[in-house]
Write a protein that binds this ligand. Structure first.
Ligand SMILES: [Fe+2]
Length: 142
């Protein structure tokens, strides 16, 4: 499974587009790394643990810095929908935090299970498809 980047995903706002491209690369890296392991049931190993750690660190940072920057542009280009969009960001932050707590609560690496990994992957995919591809498009400038 892969997410696809194409020119239609550009918002025409340089700073945001660069960060969105970086997100796309990170998501694909995670999917590619994980795919083989999930499919072959080699889930409970250190390498997997590191991949999921990396993704959470990236997403946590991304959600703070990118959303703040993006919201500035929403205030400018989408004032009527600004608050609603801010709510969507908060919901995404809550979702990633819930998954993160569930994941980091699992101190014993043998207990990282396939369901949790699949649900992390599922949420990342929904974020990409629904938020990046659709909901962010209200501030498109090209
Ligand atoms: Fe957004």
């Amino acid at each position: 499974m892969k997410v696809k980047w194409d020119e239609s995903l550009k918002l025409g706002i340089e700073e945001l587009d660069q960060q969105r491209k970086e997100l796309f690369k990170e998501i694909n890296k995670f999917f590619e790394d994980l795919e083989l392991n999930v499919d072959s049931n080699l889930i409970n190993n250190e390498e997997n643990r590191e991949q999921v750690d990396d993704l959470f660190y990236f997403l946590t940072d991304y959600f703070v810095t990118h959303f703040q920057l993006e919201e500035k542009f929403h205030r400018q280009y989408n004032p009527a929908g600004y608050q609603e969009h801010q709510k969507l960001h908060q919901e995404l932050i809550d979702t990633v935090n819930e998954l993160k707590y569930e994941y980091f609560d699992t101190e014993d690496e043998d207990k990282i299970n396939k369901d949790l990994l699949l649900s992390i992957r599922g949420q990342v995919l929904i974020f990409w498809k629904k938020h990046i591809r659709e909901e962010d498009m209200v501030i498109k400038q090209v």
